[in-house]
Design a binder for this molecule. Sequence first.
Ligand SMILES: C[S@@+](CC[C@H](N)C(=O)[O-])C[C@H]1O[C@@H](n2cnc3c(N)ncnc32)[C@H](O)[C@@H]1O
Length: 270
Amino acid sequence: MPPQPSNGTRASNSPVPTPFKPSHPFTATDSQIDSQAAIRYWSSIPPTNTGVLGGYPQVSRADLQGSANFLTKLKRKSFHYKNGHRLPRVVDCGAGIGRVTLGFLANVAEVVDIVEPVEQLTKVVTEGEEFTELRERGRVGDIWNVGLEDWVPPDGRKYDLIWNQWCLGQLTDKQLEGYLGKSKRWVRKGGWIVVKENMSTEPRGQDVFDEVDSSVTRADEKFRDIFEKAGLRIVATELQRGMPKEIYPVRCYALQPEAWEEDEVEDEEE
Ligand SMILES: C[S@@+](CC[C@H](N)C(=O)[O-])C[C@H]1O[C@@H](n2cnc3c(N)ncnc32)[C@H](O)[C@@H]1O
């Protein structure tokens, strides 16, 4: 689910915008997700910023800068991490062609792992020239071509940051709750799980199904409900600035387990 217009049309690689079809009132929106159709769509796009950003490559710069600022603020309030020091290990989830890795995560972390189901897209990371230096320096870690609902990192692996951007709409509500619930165990004490996604602007807070990539755009309330069910609390949240007016608002949430193993809590919601 890349950036996309909130008025029911969608810039995709198709020359014809897809009309918005409201869900049937008695059908859970996420029940319309067809993961095979989603993979077919993401396998058919060009492996470029335009492809992964649904025809809005121009938002990448503001997006990456916004993410860097968000992390700086998190680190400023942290007892565990200092600005000016790279995080030891992070993971880019639903990474596509590694746009977020290249433009943001590699600047703030020593090693970036990647989870992305479509191998054609991660070929940009494994073979592309723009990643040569990172690869040669061993700063691209493990790459898993699998959906987040099925991903399990190696035993004992801990991440300082688990970054999920513009991909969680591919999971059903139950899958998302299950994935986030598991990922609590994979975040190092003091680290963060970040969710950066489009927000539904439907008047009654409904989620919206997107038939182009078979994903859902969730409302803020739905995300908060899922985080709570997964045992995560929001330690910071903000809207991405500098996005075109016609696209859905984009919100970042930094999450931590409700209780760390040693029962430690930190930071407050802004
Ligand atoms: C809009 S793109 C975003 C890519 C990247 N996060 C970015 O911001 O540039 C959505 C990505 O989600 C991936 N995706 C599809 N199904 C997924 C799943 N079940 N789990 C994780 N990622 C998935 C797609 O293959 C695609 O690369």
